[in-house]
Design a protein around this ligand. Sequence first.
Ligand code: SF4
Length: 400
Amino acid sequence: MGRHIYVHNPFCVRKCPYCDFYSITDRSCAEAYYDAAVKEARFWADFDKKHGSSGDNGPDTVYFGGGTPSCVPEELVCGLLEEITASFGIGSDAEITLEVNPASFSKEKGKKYLSSGFNRLSMGIQSLNDGVLKTLGRLHDSKGAIKALNEAFEAGFANISVDFITGVPGQDMEMILDGLKTVIDMGVKHVSTYSLSIEENTPFYDLYKDSIEDLLTPETERGMYHMVRRFLGVNGIIPYEISNSSIPGFESRHNTAYWDGADYYAVGAGAHGYLNSVRFGHEDNVESYIKCACDIKENDILKLLGYANAALDSIEGFLYCEERLTLEDKMREYPFLKLRTSKGIDTAEFYSRYGKRFEEVYKNVLESNTGKGLLAVEGQRIFLTSKGLDLANLVMEDFL
Ligand code: SF4
């Protein structure tokens, strides 16, 4: 399995009222933050040479997410990628994605992103209906989104993904399908669709907490979900995961690596990674990140990631260990991650990784879920049925 790099940009122009991700709107420290991220990237590149699989083409994918990476000067983003490419020795066939928002994207920026090495864009369009975009508190309208998407193609990006949100108050099926049709006709290769979830500690929660039940019944939400998948599939954008669909060959290699349990480095405040069977996260704090990333002590990292005898659970203000996975944990996690994908579980792969037969380890869970019509078995492949997709969380939890 290859290695991957996730970079987190925590800055946004404005906080969307439904968002509960870690992001901040004060961009005055963006330069200091990116300087610190360069230092952290150099540290991991050096670490990769010592502990990764040296001699290969370097990590397979790099993903700059956020936050809104396009809302900080492009020189910072491009400079960090160039540093990562040089220090890790990223190969020319790597997938390198940048998340952008229509309101902070332009053709000029796009050209700079492309020439610094990004070869895939993920654009947060969310909807092409102005009423829905207003409800979501987005900074762009439908015209702005179409303009940004056009400019991304004109800048030279051929591999573009867009995000859409469903289940927004006041949104109907026609609005969603019209928006999807427009972006498909424009030539996007990949679509991610997410159902709006109203989280505590957001303005949306305060606004809708008394009417959450009335906003969208589970039946309507599921109906929308299946209709969207069917529509995308009929139009050549084939669902390959619970929330993701693409033209075959344009599946996100970076996200596929997550579902495959691959190792990935994490750079930036709030970024999460997985190395040496340890899940770890950066503290959600830009100020302390800037301080700590400039003074990383290798010994502390070795202890936190289980390379040294003494274990360390956190490095104050910087990193913390979320979980140390045993072989049993990984065996339990395997179906949880794989069932998200249309390919599903590969019993031969399970055997080669863990030396046990999947059908024996999970005999009861398998029988009960296939009996209920939630899982299907085809040769060495086990996957969620259409009915199983509606109860995916319950099925996955059954394996834990
Ligand atoms: S742009 Fe994205 S990360 Fe930023 S506040 Fe809005 S939803 Fe959250």
